[in-house]
Ligand binder design. Structure first.
Ligand SMILES: N[C@@H](CCC(=O)N[C@@H](CS)C(=O)NCC(=O)O)C(=O)O
Length: 212
């Protein structure tokens, strides 16, 4: 049975999974669901009531980054190779993956909450929170630029899941008018290269839905 991705066209986390499925050339059916759920039936699959989750022939998995890792592990020889296997390369991959969570996404998420989500819900933006998040992000991006001056991607010279993990939330921020990813030469080179990947262009161009 074809893998089912339960997500939303508004969800960066669902887009992360859709993009990786495309990189890995894994066919899937995208099923559009609401973002907020509290019904017991839905919570059996995603206990936090969020999107995305997948149903892979009865195997249910949530958390977008965990889903992406699962897909890479299940299809090691299909599509783009996105997780290194040699011990030290894998360790560097995990280091970069933690960096994405704790030095990037944690700040981008606050900035997106203030500049995109709250306005969309008709709630006032907290400009102080937004400015602090962008300042903290900017400081971390200085280190990103230094890393990217020595290597093409975040965990070496080959693309990995880590690079792709950055895209969906950062695009939201960029669309809200924040151009911090273009301020430094190596960072900007890396970012522009990611944005033209076929997998992302495909997901991003599906405004109505991220269906195959
Ligand atoms: N860490 C989770 C986050 C999931 C998440 O926050 N999804 C958002 C949409 S991008 C959502 O469902 N929000 C509704 C809510 O917060 O209840 C993942 O990566 O899958």
């Amino acid at each position: 049975m074809v893998l089912k991705l339960y997500g939303s066209r508004w969800s960066p986390n669902a887009k992360r999974v859709a993009m990786v499925l495309r990189e890995k050339e894994v066919p899937f059916e995208a099923i559009e669901v609401d973002m907020l759920h509290s019904e017991a039936e839905y919570l059996k699959h995603q206990p936090f009531g969020e999107v995305p989750y997948i149903d892979d022939d009865g195997f249910i998995l949530y958390e977008s980054r965990a889903i992406c890792r699962y897909i890479c592990k299940k299809y090691p020889n299909r599509g783009t190779s996105l997780v290194p296997t040699a011990l030290k390369d894998y360790a560097l991959f995990e280091q970069a993956a933690s960096m994405e969570c704790w030095n990037f996404d944690v700040h981008v998420s606050v900035a997106v909450l203030e500049s995109v989500i709250k306005p969309a819900l008709g709630k006032p933006m907290n400009k102080t929170n937004y400015m602090h998040a962008v300042q903290r992000l900017n400081a971390r991006l200085e280190v990103y630029d230094e890393i990217l001056s020595r290597q093409r991607y975040l965990c070496g010279n080959e693309i990995s899941l880590v690079d792709l993990f950055h895209i969906p939330n950062a695009v939201e921020l960029e669309e809200a008018g924040c151009d911090v990813l273009h301020h430094r030469p190596n960072l900007s080179r890396w970012w522009k290269e990611l944005l033209v990947r076929k997998s992302w262009k495909n997901v991003a161009s599906r405004i109505e839905s991220y269906r195959v």
